[in-house]
Design a protein around this ligand. Sequence first.
Ligand code: PGA
Length: 250
Amino acid sequence: MRRPLAAGNWKMNGGAPALSEIRSLLEVAGTASSEILICPPATLIDRMRALIAQAPIAVGGQDCHPSESGAHTGDLSAEMLADAGASYVILGHSERRQDHGQDDALVQAKILAARRAGLSAICCVGESLAEREAGQTLDIVSAQIRGSVPQDDSPGLVIAYEPIWAIGTGLTPSAEEIAEVHGALRSMLSAHLGSARAETVRLLYGGSVKPANAAEIFAIDTVDGALVGGASLKADDFSQIIAALDAAQG
Ligand code: PGA
């Protein structure tokens, strides 16, 4: 049984004042059946962790360096994120792949680093609009899975299907399109990891998830939760998305 996951990706948004949004989420977290995760900018991880105390909200990073330490100015290791209180890290997000030239081999090295530090990795895959229009979606995500996901065990691994053209645009694939990619991802993971291990991997959808479309997305059988950008910045919106995820399990 895979526990549904509502993951918030704050990206490069939010200083100390944004922590008040977390205070509002504490109440929701007390009664939610889904797992709740917030990935704030790394500068907020330890303050957020302190604020959350024992409440059932996990905190995560948005990237990490493959090495444990060393001369890598501006980078953070998985161990540092864990030390600050993170239990998850988003890896291979399309904004990191594009803005920082991260390829699949590097993403795989980062997933191995996450495992070394005891963090669960959320590995993002997804196609561009041109790739979707050229009918290449399944080839693209398949290559990303084979290149990015280590074949040995990565406890807690999560895969987020995030079509690049849906991120921050208000556009989303149809339910059939999400189900098709998720179905293919599940088969690819079975071939890559073995079916028993593949069954434990949660498959999220990400890209313009909002309170208005959350119920429809979570009604798709293959969807184990969401990676939410913009709508995770406001506790009220994110709470509605968590409620929709909870309701979809009922
Ligand atoms: P969005 O971002 O919800 O703002 O589209 C999702 C993501 O990039 O993880």
